[in-house]
Design a binder for this molecule. Sequence first.
Ligand SMILES: [Zn+2]
Length: 434
Amino acid sequence: MIYAKEESLRREDLQKLQLQRLQDTAERVYTLTPFYKEKFDETGVTPEDIQSLEDIQKLPFTKKKDLRDHYPFGLFTVPMSQVVRVHSSSGTTGKPTVVGYTKEDMDVWDEVMARVFTMAGGSAEDVVHNAYGYGLFTGGLGFHNGAEKIGATLIPASSGFTDRQNMLMKDFKATILASTPSFALHMAEAAKKSGADFKNDFKLKSGVFGAEPTSEGLKEEVSKVWGIDYHEVYGLSEIIGPGVSCNCKHSKLLHVAEDHFYVEIIDSKTGDVLPDGERGELVITSLTKQALPIIRYRTGDITSLHREPCGCGRTLVRMESIVGRADDMIIVNGVNVYPSQVEHVIANTEGVTLNYQIIADKKGHLDKLDILVEVSDEIMTDSIADMERLKKEIQRELANNLYINASVKLVEPRTIERSMGKAVRVVDKRRDDA
Ligand SMILES: [Zn+2]
């Protein structure tokens, strides 16, 4: 089933709709936000210059830093009286990225999430177990609203308490699971331990998973252990939250809700737009957002676009599952970690050098982070007790500043693997190609 008629428009009708919405959005940000007025003027472009969809390439990019620089509400285009919801995500420094929604924005978000559940075979007959964390993070409430929109019975389980979650899923006969893929596996592990009979105890038929980089192997494992169809959901709070794209039953590529989000792939170094099929950085322009419209937002995510027709009848462009990050950001148990943040902590610690290596791996089904740090030549002679204290200090600072539990290992000078003379910063063993 297809939820909305906009998902299967003829290409020319969709493009007409996109162009009109793009023109409205350009006009809106130009007249209502000094930030965009200045950026447009600097680039020498006005909203009237947008006469075709290709003209979007004349517009400047927006970066995460722009949102942070205008913390908290500086890029909003409506008075706060019209903002009905605020969410935020963690940032590289102390301040988070804040996003806002009008009533109309919430309707769009609910609808794109309803499309997601429909792609996963959901309807009013279903019971949706939502194990995404509720709170400022857009995951919990995004999935929550979409499930309600299709009339399903929604169980707002939130994260944690694995055994109780399994009990509820079983007793309430959940048919669709919404969670991070790693938590889905963690739940399966716990169910196995308690001797569950997956075939008879659970009624799950599909799952909607996202919010963390996931290898094909992990997806297959989740799908196999629970005996369900795996649907991947992509999104980010800066654009709307989850619901930007999702894959249908016919394909692993994710249909983008193009009537609301205009997507481009660029070469992240030159900023040039790349042709369909080529991998590059995903750039998204919101077409209907009211509270926080955003022009050519550089997501930092690496993917490619595909326009071959899909067996489901949707005509929307499809994107490949994210293959990596333009910068080196890694996500550890749902928390964004940038090497630059780790570096900042290490730089402020006496006795260690800036030669470090971050190793992300799996422990069971959850992520774990090891950080190797080379100590300075001088400190090599210090006592073991002092080294232990130093290690603890770095771990404490990482926990305080980045909200991560990392295991720090102090190593001898010049022992970390180097490439072109520099220590290799990030080793992500969770990726297929690692
Ligand atoms: Zn499809």
